[in-house]
Design a protein around this ligand. Structure first.
Ligand code: SF4
Ligand code: SF4
Length: 326
């Protein structure tokens, strides 16, 4: 039997880099991880090339941690290759798990996104209306770029995923627990989200400040009031995604006196996080009057972007196009 250390790969797709930081943030614990495994691919930190992975036998990487959503043909190609080469694939972070913030691009299409990004932002100076092309000939040489998909996908919409590490970014303890469980072969059933299957509200200290019957007449944004550091945000009329969000982050935002934005996604019992929150919100709006209800709902700025901030590609809405920017 070989005493070789298990091979581990890290890769990033459409993401901000925060999930890569979450690995670095393991601080001294990263040394324990490095001692226990053989990191064979980590483009953000180590100088391995695509051809190094191509040369590995299929199934020879024990586990690949892949963060980010899938937006480009290059990302699709890389994750399909890592899937072939890996025994396990872990979707690392909200964007790989559910599409995340890049997934909000699914409210638009490629054309409107390019028009905004390359033509109409206030800081853009682009009189020739140039946009990136997949093939460009410059100085007699052909240059190529990956294709930009019209739709953003979560990782499991492109390849088979074994486990999900939720969060934007996943906290240190969850990552360490996952690595330990993998090394010790003590993993839960395939498809599990590696975080407790409870809601944020279930373990939130502010839950006890909720009145028996929670009812609100106004929705306020965080900067419109002085936030009580002890009281439930919903009881203060501030949107908190806690009722529709999985536990396990250690209440990072709430402890900083900011409401939960939902980055851990829903619990196992819920398919659509945004719809779950909408249903929770509807049950606490204190009016039966249609006009009054309309006024309260209208006061929510960007409801779709708020309720589906991290989960649009994996939601029932999935793909909603607004063809024109007004
Ligand atoms: S709604 Fe937010 S603040 Fe209120 S109990 Fe739930 S997680 Fe805590
Ligand atoms: S409080 Fe909510 S948004 Fe903040 S880290 Fe936890 S799950 Fe994510």
């Amino acid at each position: 039997m070989s005493n070789a250390k298990p091979k581990v790969a890290f890769y990033w797709c459409a993401s901000c880099g925060g999930c890569e930081e979450s690995i670095v943030d393991l601080a001294e614990d990263i040394l324990k991880v490095v001692a226990a495994v053989d990191i064979v691919f980590w483009p953000v930190a180590l100088d391995f090339k695509k051809k190094d992975v191509e040369a590995m036998p299929d199934g020879s990487i024990a586990v690949s941690f892949i963060n980010g959503a899938i937006r480009l043909s290059e990302q699709e190609e890389m994750v399909k290759m890592l899937r072939r080469k890996s025994g396990l694939v872990v979707a690392h972070g909200s964007c790989a798990h559910m599409g995340g913030i890049p997934g909000l691009g699914n409210f638009w299409n490629k054309e409107t996104i390019f028009r905004r990004a390359y033509h109409t932002t206030p800081s853009t100076d682009n009189p020739d209306k140039v946009v990136p092309l997949e093939k460009t000939v410059y100085d007699g040489k052909e240059l190529t770029l990956p294709s930009f998909f019209d739709t953003v996908y979560s990782l499991d919409q492109v390849i088979d995923v074994d486990y999900y590490l939720p969060g934007c970014a996943p906290p240190r303890d969850l990552i360490l627990n996952a690595v330990t469980a993998i090394l010790e072969g003590k993993l839960p059933p395939k498809g599990s989200v590696l975080s407790p299957n409870k809601s944020e509200c279930d373990t939130c200290d502010r839950n006890k400040t909720k009145p028996e019957k929670l009812s609100i007449k106004e929705i306020k944004r965080t900067w419109e009031i002085i936030l009580d550091p002890e009281k439930c945000f919903l009881a203060q009329g501030v949107i908190c995604m806690g009722p529709a969000t999985r536990d396990g982050c250690g209440h990072r935002c709430i402890n900083g006196n900011m409401p939960c934005r939902g980055c851990f996604g829903p619990t196992d019992q819920v398919y659509d996080q945004g719809a779950k929150f909408l249903s929770a919100l509807a049950s606490i709006l204190d009016t039966n009057d249609e006009k009054e209800m309309d006024r309260i709902v209208q006061s929510i700025v960007d409801p779709a972007g708020t309720f589906y901030r991290f989960s649009l590609p994996k939601s029932l809405l999935g793909r909603k196009r607004m063809e024109t920017i007004k």
